[in-house]
Write a protein that binds this ligand. Structure first.
Ligand SMILES: NC(=O)c1ccc[n+]([C@@H]2O[C@H](COP(=O)([O-])OP(=O)(O)OC[C@H]3O[C@@H](n4cnc5c(N)ncnc54)[C@H](OP(=O)(O)O)[C@@H]3O)[C@@H](O)[C@H]2O)c1
Length: 321
């Protein structure tokens, strides 16, 4: 059932100074560029050219993960891009089946080798789950998020990662982590756009000094039937401000003090994503109210339904046999 979500366009979390610097300060004073390049589902053979084009367009922040299976290509482009390592912000993530100390260290070494760097600016726990090594969704009773976090803290001490954070964490998981962490998570990366504003979670993070990064900030563009960019509300605002619909969605998050990491492998679109959001501002009388279900949730729900139907078939056949 579609729902209408009313969102304040300006939660006024980003200061004018931060917006004008195009960075947000982390708790330790480090500056994270507010716009970065996403690299998920950037196909093999495409992502290297996209990262090179992004460097030329001025991107300095790159969002990666080993589960995207393209870190070595991203690494090649970054290594040959002519931008000093000290000017780049590279984020990567620790996949769900690497929670034990030795596995965390091994995963980081693989990521560093693929990305051709000797440190990460930010290393995130990809999801708040603990799977056994090389499994999908099989819990590992001998590992825990708390122990995994302690290993990440040690990696900060050793200089292999500059900051550590989390992704897809809700308030409950964050509160548990905050109660035991020696080093607070610097960032929580979550799905955020006008169809999934998660305002309470964004405010919880910001109250606790955790910078929020929006993944899928374009609602996945037109990928696999996603359609937020063609929403009449977004189109109307884009026409009014003479920018693209993508810029409207990116600006909406930026004005909440939220970092955005839109993915594009198209040189024109990725350049526009970095430049257009700074050309205009959404005002308080331009509420972004969008109908519909977030695309990722919809895709997950459809996949669940397919699984349930398949299960039902198997159960029915077993009952007849
Ligand atoms: N932590 C997590 O669990 C998690 C989950 C999902 C994503 N992420 C990260 O967040 C990044 C972004 O999210 P996402 O890739 O899911 O979706 P997204 O950035 O919301 O949308 C990407 C889609 O939008 C298109 N697009 C980009 N710029 C556009 C523009 N200006 N106009 C029209 N279409 C445009 C892209 O196509 P073209 O390439 O053809 O331009 C692509 O199909 C990912 O790449 C990944 O790095 C993290």
């Amino acid at each position: 059932m579609p729902s209408v979500i009313q969102v304040r366009p300006q939660a006024a979390c980003a200061t004018v100074e931060e917006l004008s610097k195009k960075t947000v300060k982390l708790a330790d004073g480090a500056e994270l560029p507010l716009i970065g390049l996403g690299t998920w589902e950037s196909s093999k053979g495409e992502v290297e050219a996209a990262v090179s084009a992004a460097l030329n367009a001025g991107y300095r922040h790159f969002d990666c993960a080993p589960v995207y299976r393209n870190e070595h290509e991203v690494g090649r482009a970054l290594a040959h891009g002519g931008v000093p390592r000290s000017e780049l912000w590279i984020t990567s993530k620790l996949w769900n089946d690497r929670r034990r100390p030795a596995d965390v260290r091994e995963a980081l070494e693989q990521t560093l080798a693929s990305l051709q760097t000797d440190y990460l600016d930010l290393y995130l726990i990809h999801w708040p789950v603990v799977w056994a090594r090389n499994t999908v969704m099989k819990p590992d009773s001998l590992a825990s998020l708390a122990e995994c976090w302690r290993t990440l803290e040690a990696l900060v001490d050793e200089g292999k990662v500059r900051h550590i954070g989390v992704s897809n964490f809700g308030e409950v998981e964050l509160a548990a982590l905050l109660s035991t962490a020696r080093i607070k998570p610097a960032v929580n990366q979550i799905e955020l756009h006008p169809r999934l504003p998660q305002t309470a979670l964004v405010e919880y993070c910001q109250r606790n000094g955790i910078v929020v990064t929006a993944y899928s900030p374009l609602g996945r563009g037109t990928l696999k039937g996603a359609n937020m960019l063609s929403s009449p509300t977004v189109q109307e605002l884009a026409a009014r401000h003479a920018v693209s619909p993508a810029a409207v969605l990116l600006r909406w998050n930026l004005q909440r003090g939220v970092v955005v990491i839109p993915k594009s492998t198209n040189p024109g679109r990725l350049a526009a994503n970095l430049e257009e959001p700074w050309r205009f501002a959404l005002s308080a009388d331009e509420p972004l109210a969008l109908d519909g279900v977030p695309h990722i949730l919809l895709a997950d729900a459809k996949a669940c339904l397919r699984c349930m139907r398949r299960l039902q078939e198997i159960i029915s056949k077993a009952a007849l046999a």
